[in-house]
Design a binder for this molecule. Structure first.
Ligand code: MN
Length: 420
């Protein structure tokens, strides 16, 4: 077992009940004017501060590696270093360890309440790819847009379908964005009009962050895939359905999706998620050999929730899904992405695709929840929504939980501002 995952550990830092960040989590992020940080409960931990005070002297680390505006440099050091660092943090913040606990001056320098901190994008994202790996989602969309009898296109069960997204417009939770404008064709016409989208949607997703680069011309096997993954974040792939419907043939989504994608600020390591591994859904027909899984529990049980909050209205939970429903796993996505020799770089982001479950209350987009607008979402005060309106806030939450520990992601939250 990974030492830092021991469910019996307790910290001398107070952890509120149902906190996403017990001592067993220790995710990584970047905070404005603090650089690389971790968190326990509501207490943000300055890694640069701890390094400066020699609390990491037993670990081989470049000088000032944490005094940075991205985690890329730290991630480049490799999995053994992430694991050792996380184990060291676990040791340092254990209830019975007085090293830092009883050093008031060091604590003042290295610990700060989350309310006093602004979280930034955790990594410099070179490339961002978005998969389409939920069978339920692909079937729902295929049923609505094409034919319920042939909801999945012929390739879908044989490869994890994806498109190349846009890294420049990935934004961190808390940053709001403007309603996008573009071309769309009104129903039953083939002549486009220009304007702001009238069908702004969400996509409930997670993303994994590449932790080890590869050379052009080489591939990553499913067996080695997880050596190349640093951790995961929550991901909202905002989508303008009317723009998408007009533009997506034949090369896939473009302006309908690249105006903004919101991520949660804390990268939860695959190590921290280890206790929540579960078997992935059975794949039928059998996949080609390069996509076969090398190990057993390749999926992760992560509970996912979406809340919609119109201006001046209570937030309403509109979806409860789970990452474990995904037909294609991270290992398969990465093996497929690189099988042609495409290289990957530390900090690259690979999003899962909309994560819909089997029942309507687990659908991961408004398109599916309202079934193309046929069943609007109704709020207790009478407000209704088919798609997002200006002033609406969407919050994605996610956590893995068993009877001993809860490993959470925090949230990915943003508000829709009027078109400019
Ligand atoms: Mn998507």
């Amino acid at each position: 077992m990974i030492k830092a995952n021991d469910p019996s550990l307790q910290s001398w830092i107070e952890v509120p009940v149902n906190s996403d960040f017990p001592i067993q989590n220790l995710p990584f992020g970047i905070a404005r004017s603090h650089g690389a940080v971790s968190i326990i409960g509501n207490t943000v931990i300055s890694l640069a501060g701890l390094q400066e005070l020699n609390y990491f002297s037993a670990i081989k680390l470049p000088k000032s590696i944490f005094a940075s505006d991205s985690l890329n440099g730290f991630i480049e050091l490799g999995k053994p270093t992430w694991r050792t660092l996380r184990d060291r943090l676990s040791e340092l913040f254990r209830k019975d360890n007085a090293e830092l606990r009883d050093n008031e001056e060091a604590k003042k320098k290295c610990l700060v309440n989350i309310s006093e901190v602004t979280m930034l994008l955790p990594v410099k994202i070179g490339d961002y790819t978005d998969f389409y790996s939920s069978k339920e989602h692909a079937s729902n969309v295929g049923s609505m847009f094409r034919d319920p009898k042939n909801a999945l296109l012929p390739n879908w069960l044989h490869l994890p379908v994806a498109y190349h997204g846009r890294a420049s417009s990935v934004i961190v939770s808390g940053q709001n964005f403007h309603r996008p404008k573009g071309q769309m064709a009104p129903p039953n016409t083939e002549t486009p009009v220009f304007g702001s989208t009238k069908a702004l949607d969400i996509e409930l997703e997670t993303a994994f962050i590449i932790g080890k680069s590869t050379e052009l011309g080489t591939s990553v096997s499913t067996k080695d895939a997880e050596d190349h993954i640093f951790g995961m974040v929550l991901f909202n792939d905002w989508s303008a359905r009317d723009i998408q419907r007009w533009e997506y043939v034949p090369l896939g989504p473009f302006l309908a999706k690249n105006f903004a994608s919101t991520i949660s600020p804390w990268i939860v390591t695959l190590d921290a998620l280890e206790p929540f591994r579960v078997q992935a859904p059975k794949q039928e027909p059998a996949v080609l050999p390069y996509l076969e899984h090398a190990q057993g529990n390749t999926a992760v049980d992560i509970k996912l929730e979406v809340y919609l909050q119109p201006d001046k209205t209570e937030a309403l939970k509109i979806c409860a899904s789970n990452y474990k429903y995904m037909y294609w796993t991270m290992d398969q996505q990465l093996a497929h992405h690189t099988v042609n020799g495409c290289n990957i770089n530390v900090g690259d982001m690979m999003a899962s695709g909309t994560i819909s479950g089997p029942t309507p209350d687990s659908f991961g987009s408004l398109l599916e929840i309202t079934w193309g607008g046929a069943n609007p979402i109704k709020f207790p005060n009478g407000t209704e929504r088919k798609y997002l309106q200006d002033g609406d806030t969407v919050i994605i939450k996610g956590y893995a939980q068993n009877d001993k520990v809860r490993i959470g992601f925090g949230e990915a939250k943003a508000m829709v501002l009027p078109a400019t």
